[in-house]
Design a protein around this ligand. Structure first.
Ligand code: NAG
Ligand code: NAG
Ligand code: NAG
Ligand code: NAG
Ligand code: NAG
Ligand code: NAG
Ligand code: NAG
Ligand code: NAG
Ligand code: NAG
Ligand code: NAG
Length: 323
């Protein structure tokens, strides 16, 4: 019986790891060329060392526009299973170009080589540590929140978090920590998996908005029909403000331009979906305007606080940078 349970547990860890396995990086294509951000010259990018309650040494990537010196809302980006790579830096730079502070949280710790430097097998093992120890994951998330709120460019009461795959599941878990999440207004999950946890649920009255963007054809166990129904029931039961979007013809890891396209045949395990990527990014932009209560929501093009939000973005109409 015990052996059965252990085998089951191992199978789950393997399966959930596989869900986040997004096809091997093509030889020679390491990651995103995030220097191709259109207004990169206006961004201040750098790293920030911090610790969490466990005392781990962590290094975040921080990006914000230097076209204003005023504090502004911040968006924490929780990486996928390979930790902080150029993909996450690129997303933070995109957020910075929209007027936010982009803060890529370090979940693994800075003694771990992250991004392309983290070997495939170690990615599964690293992710499993945090999926298998929610206390540790919580500590990392709250450490990032406390750190970003202290940043001089940040409005401490306007923080959101987004995440991809492992990180997408982590930000859903982040919202489950309410009311111990000061300043956290919303979380958005992109192909997050698993959607539900065994030992953690949303608290009644949850006042963190939750947006979940999912591929309808994602076959992962963590996003099964049962898991989807459960997370929605859990959110509804907590009276949270939430949305759950399924994108058609969309598999796992649909926001990663380095994934192959799904053009024909049965759904692959992972695929880039330009349509779902763009739709979900637009949805994120309006979600952020809403949860941060920015400007005039009847007119999404207004600016607030001297910082222009969502206005005249150089990314409108341009393809994500890949190399
Ligand atoms: C990344 O893009 C920049 C700007 O277009 C270019 O100068 C640089 O050579 C590119 N780097 C790689 C590794 O492709
Ligand atoms: C941040 O931590 C890294 C890794 O320990 C270290 O190499 C770097 O010097 C630190 N940066 C600062 C500004 O302390
Ligand atoms: C840093 O990560 C490595 C690899 O996951 C782990 O062995 C080590 O215990 C971690 N250190 C801390 C302080 O979390
Ligand atoms: C964090 O880094 C400091 C300075 O390098 C080191 O003394 C300390 O042992 C590290 N802590 C952990 C938990 O790794
Ligand atoms: C922003 O940084 C760029 C590149 O360093 C510089 O040319 C520009 O003058 C800076 N703008 C402000 C407002 O600091
Ligand atoms: C989970 O992580 C916490 C914080 O690092 C640690 O104190 C605890 O021992 C870990 N639990 C297990 C079961 O490893
Ligand atoms: C919860 O527990 C069940 C039964 O042990 C297991 O199948 C499932 O994978 C677990 N889910 C998570 C998210 O840990
Ligand atoms: C929920 O959060 C919003 C934004 O911070 C705040 O205005 C509102 O008062 C909160 N509602 C409750 C019931 O705490
Ligand atoms: C649910 O939340 C709404 C605000 O979003 C509030 O008006 C309502 O009173 C809440 N209901 C319960 C039962 O807490
Ligand atoms: C909000 O935008 C609408 C439509 O553009 C406009 O009629 C209204 O006056 C605006 N309200 C404020 C407070 O700016």
């Amino acid at each position: 019986m015990l052996i059965r349970a252990i085998l089951f547990g191992l199978a789950w860890v393997l399966l959930s790891a596989l869900q986040c396995y997004t096809q091997a990086w093509k030889p020679g294509v390491k990651d995103y060329n995030y220097t191709q951000i259109a207004d990169a010259a206006a961004l201040r990018r750098g790293t920030l060392n911090y610790t969490d309650a466990t005392g781990a040494n962590l290094t975040a990537y921080v990006s914000y526009s230097n076209t204003s010196s005023q504090p502004r809302p911040a968006v924490i980006v929780v990486p996928d299973y390979d930790g902080i790579g150029n993909y996450e830096r690129w997303r933070a730079d995109l957020l910075a170009s929209l007027g936010y502070v982009g803060f890529v949280a370090d979940i693994y710790n800075n003694s771990v080589a992250q991004g392309p430097a983290l070997p495939e097998a170690n990615r599964f093992a690293a992710m499993a540590i945090y999926n298998g120890n929610l206390t540790l994951l919580h500590s990392r998330l709250l450490g990032a929140l406390a750190t970003v709120r202290k940043h001089p460019q940040v409005q401490a009461d306007r923080v959101a978090a987004i995440g991809y795959c492992f990180g997408g599941a982590a930000v859903i878990e982040f919202a489950r920590l309410w009311p111990n999440t000061p300043g956290l207004q919303g979380v958005a999950s992109f192909h997050g998996s698993p959607l539900v946890r065994n030992s953690s649920t949303f608290k009644p009255g949850t006042n963190v908005s939750v947006a979940i963007f999912n591929g309808y054809d994602d076959s992962g166990a963590g996003v099964s029909a049962k898991a989807k129904a459960e997370v929605q029931a859990e959110l509804e039961g907590a009276n949270a403000t939430w949305s759950f979007t399924d994108y058609s013809h969309t598999a796992h890891a649909f926001t990663l331009p380095s994934n192959p396209l799904w053009t024909s045949g049965p759904a692959p395990q992972s695929a880039y979906s330009p349509w779902a990527d763009r739709q979900s990014w637009w949805a994120l932009r309006s979600f952020l305007l809403t949860v941060f209560d920015l400007g005039n929501l009847t007119n999404p093009y207004t600016s607030a606080g001297g910082v222009t939000y969502d206005y005249n973005s150089p990314f409108i109409g341009s393809a994500p940078a890949t190399s």
